[in-house]
Design a protein around this ligand. Structure first.
Ligand SMILES: [Cu+2]
Length: 310
């Protein structure tokens, strides 16, 4: 038993001392930091419980082990114990409260923009997962990128997440996340980088064949460099619907930069069918006779094309 305990402790020390290599526990922004603190607190607290349980387990095994009491020995009959019943009901309740309170607090805190920079207007970026690439639209800057992001440091970024097809998951381990992306829906996630650097982002929800390549880079730079990059990107070739529809086809894509965004003709948060229609070649007869589609579908695409034309 003692050796089991020693082994457990050894493994715990091994895992914990390896932490510095884990991106999630090496946060580069306030969101990731809060998440890492919550993870470390939970691991520490649960480890404490594991130690207490193992110590009690060992003591009880030793104390109540089989003894040479003779063949007539009969253990006493015990019919319940109110004190013990209360103890092992109350302790788990306390454990749950200690774990739940900081978890719920963190969840609610992360719904809001990071406090330290709350005086700055967040930069809005629409992040759309497409099998198997990431499309990023900066509506205010009027630029669109594929598979890479530039963000200023110390500035809150509000990601509006959606998907053109399969349900994906947006994750930049150094900065925080993950958060699901779904077609026909929009989820929001605030992230912020406190350090200049290059970070990796990815889809963390398995979506088939090209899933492992559905990654992107995040360059966090000074406000100045970022503004320079925005100006440069605004000079990039305009995104056409034809070009965008190519991106809707399944497959990997290189890093790309465009001026204009796809939001002028489709918001995947409202129109779940766009990529499917492109793939089925149904998109060219834009404005008339959608009679083969369901009612919901019809309404959505009508609403979209209406708002586009004004
Ligand atoms: Cu959903």
């Amino acid at each position: 038993m003692k050796s089991m305990l020693a082994l457990g402790m050894f493994l715990a020390v091994m895992v914990l001392s390896g932490c510095s290599n884990l991106t999630v526990l090496d946060p580069k922004g306030p969101v990731a930091e809060q998440q890492a603190n919550l993870i470390l607190f939970s691991i520490g607290f649960m480890l404490f419980i594991v130690v207490v349980v193992f110590v009690l387990f060992t003591l009880i095994l030793v104390k109540y082990r089989e003894r040479k009491s003779g063949p007539e020995y009969e253990p006493p009959h015990i019919e319940g114990n109110v004190f013990l019943e209360i103890v092992w009901t109350v302790i788990p309740i306390i454990i749950l409260i200690v774990l739940a309170v900081p978890t719920v607090q963190t969840i609610f805190a992360l719904e809001k923009p990071p406090e330290a920079t709350s005086h700055k207007d967040p930069i809005v970026i629409h992040a759309t997962s497409v099998d198997w690439k990431w499309v990023f639209s900066y509506p205010e800057e009027n630029i669109e990128t594929v598979n890479y992001l530039h963000i200023p440091e110390d500035h809150p970024i509000l990601f509006k997440l959606s998907s053109a097809d399969s349900m994906g998951s947006f994750w930049i381990p150094s900065l925080g996340g993950q958060e699901y992306t779904m077609s026909g829906m929009m989820t929001e996630l605030y992230l912020q980088a406190d350090e200049i650097g290059e970070y990796r982002g990815r889809n963390s929800n398995f979506t088939g064949e090209g899933f492992t390549e559905q990654v992107f880079t995040v360059t966090a730079e000074s406000e100045e460099d970022y503004n320079e990059w925005v100006e440069e990107a605004q000079e990039a070739p305009e995104l056409t619907q034809e070009k965008y529809n190519e991106l809707m086809l399944k497959g990997h894509a290189e890093e790309m930069t465009f001026s204009e965004t796809h939001l002028q003709w489709v918001n995947h948060g409202m129109d779940a069918e766009y990529a499917t229609k492109v793939r089925n070649g149904e998109l060219n007869e834009e404005d008339d006779s959608h009679d083969s589609h369901s009612g919901m579908d019809h309404k959505d695409s009508e609403k979209d094309s209406e708002s586009d034309s004004h």
